[in-house]
Design a protein around this ligand. Structure first.
Ligand code: KG4
Ligand code: ZN
Length: 335
């Protein structure tokens, strides 16, 4: 069973061919980071134009690299939600066109469920039910995962996503976009207890998240409450490293606490981590501590499969195909 997956929900154009839900034959990822960097974040209009320019070539490259023909493909999978509407529409339109022209079944994929599935591409003995934490640029969501294709939302951010907080703090510190990788690196040289940034847990047993207060606390710490204090460029490298480490620790403490809480509340058999922020080295280390605390196996994808990619899309689609979950050609893109 060969599935071609298409992912264009944000600022990566990616197409992959995956065999039987696990074997990645190709996974081409074109990042638009350079295009968005001057603006300090993703510009939706630039993102969808860039997808449009590259999607045909990337589909071609994914098929060529997989050493298959389009006529060998059993299904076309595409992320149709959630994401930037203009970006989603490019992938959905490309997928529908291929589906119609070559009479290949179309399968709609939820972006966050695909991030969770990235774990299944590399681990074939995941026990369900599981608690899944998806931490990306646009989302911070906890799910109760009953199987590969069934995820019940338990909690999510009420304001900024975790990745968004990394990106905004990076901007405050003048470190550029995307912020996650650079803060991850700088934090290794800093003291994570240097500044007591707030940890927001919301009400007792809440599985929702809030990171906008933390972002504002970093802003005030760096620039003062009236924002007139010294520019970040005048801060020493040690200060920047300490702020990075202290901010990162505040985000991770909350993510770890709530994931462990959800695991205890729902009596699950494993814990899964996914999304761009799952590439964070400190978060990966701390998640292993949840494993010690709860006695549950903890999984996270390899770095390349944490950020947006189409292999996770094509992989998840295999299970939906087996369940007969095929989409009609009037499939909509839902932001
Ligand atoms: O999943 P993803 O590729 O795209 C979305 O669906 O949003 O996630 C991108 C996010 C960005 O906010 C980026 O800063 C963050 O993931 N990220 C990281 C790391 N690598 C990427 N955050 C923290 N530490 C990292 N190492
Ligand atoms: Zn994503």
């Amino acid at each position: 069973m060969l599935i071609l997956g298409i992912e264009t929900s944000c600022d990566e154009t990616s197409v992959a061919v995956v065999k039987n839900g696990r074997e990645i034959l190709s996974n081409i990822i074109l990042s638009q980071d350079k295009l968005h960097r001057p603006f300090g974040g993703v510009v939706p209009e630039i993102a969808c134009r860039a997808h449009l320019e590259s999607i045909i070539g990337i589909i071609h490259n994914a098929i060529t690299e997989a050493k298959v023909m389009l006529s060998d493909i059993n299904a076309i999978a595409v992320v149709n939600s959630p994401g930037l509407i203009g970006s989603l529409l490019i992938g959905v339109t490309a997928a529908k066109t291929l589906s119609m022209a070559f009479n290949i079944p179309l399968i709609a994929i939820h972006h966050l469920h695909a991030h969770i599935y990235a774990n299944n591409l590399e681990h074939n003995a995941i026990s369900y039910p599981a608690i899944s934490l998806v931490v990306s640029g646009g989302h911070t969501s906890l799910f109760l995962s009953e199987k590969e294709t069934k995820h019940v939302l338990l909690g999510e951010t009420i304001d900024d996503a975790a990745g968004e907080a990394f990106d905004k703090v990076s901007k405050i510190l003048g470190l550029g976009y995307p912020g996650g990788p650079v803060i991850d690196k700088l934090a290794k040289q800093g003291n994570c207890n240097a500044i007591p940034f707030p940890r927001v847990y919301l009400e007792k047993n809440s599985l929702d998240f809030s990171f906008s207060g933390l972002k504002t606390a970093v802003l005030y710490h760096v620039k003062g409450q009236d924002q007139t204090r010294i520019k970040p460029a005048t801060k020493s490298a040690t200060e920047i490293a300490d702020i990075s480490a202290s901010f990162q620790e505040a985000v991770i403490d909350v993510l770890v606490y709530k994931t462990a809480l959800a695991a205890k509340m729902h009596n699950v058999r494993s814990i899964l981590l996914g999304g761009g922020v799952a590439a964070n080295s400190r978060l990966r280390k701390k998640f292993l501590e949840i494993s010690e605390e709860t006695g549950l196996p903890v999984y996270y994808p390899s770095i390349k499969l944490c950020t947006d990619n189409a292999a996770m899309v094509a992989g998840l689609a295999y299970w939906k195909y087996l369940e007969g979950d095929i989409s009609a050609l009037h499939l909509e893109a839902i932001p």
